[in-house]
Design a protein around this ligand. Sequence first.
Ligand code: AKG
Ligand code: FE2
Length: 203
Amino acid sequence: MDLFSNEVDHSHNWLPKDGTVNYYGTIMDLDEANAYYQQLMETIAWENDVALIFGKRIVTKRKVAWYGDQPFDYTYSNNTKKALPWTKELLELKKLSERITGETFNSCLLNLYHSGEEGMAWHSDAEKELKKNGAIASMSFGAERKFAFKHKQTQEKVGLVLEHGSLLVMKGTTQTHWLHRLPPTKMIKAPRVNLTFRAINSH
Ligand SMILES: O=C(O)CCC(=O)C(=O)O
Ligand SMILES: [Fe+2]
């Protein structure tokens, strides 16, 4: 595979301050991205996510899955999941993201958005289980979607489009100072799969 063969400057920081977001663009060719998309759709143990919104338990349309080196617990929205063992494809993608970013990861949260009408609201990934200021690598497959950042104090916004077979990394103090979201859109009908490789503290 010819890494960094596209024109994206992966050393460019998309955030003006208080954190680092690098976008590597597409990191594999189209056939490979298509194959991973298909395999992830078919082999991942997708489940509906349960969230607490103003104390009400709601089941999201978006599906999620949680994998890792060990059966780590991951708690969010009062919901605890145990990490499943890596599938062949996930382990390949984890290694690829590590090779490109120079970071190490031990777990992955996966999201399946069936169409543009499903998204993810403003949040930061700073759960207590995550390594403080640890890098998060985000790989996307399927429909291209906009990804946005908003500064917690100044409300300043930055956005970019995440392509099929692409890689983005959020690191440094990004999660402390910035929220991010995947805005919903009626324009997009096709599904999208996102993988966020993370470093969980394994004491
Ligand atoms: O789908 C995406 O690109 C973002 C997912 C995300 O922010 C998360 O899983 O924490
Ligand atoms: Fe996130």
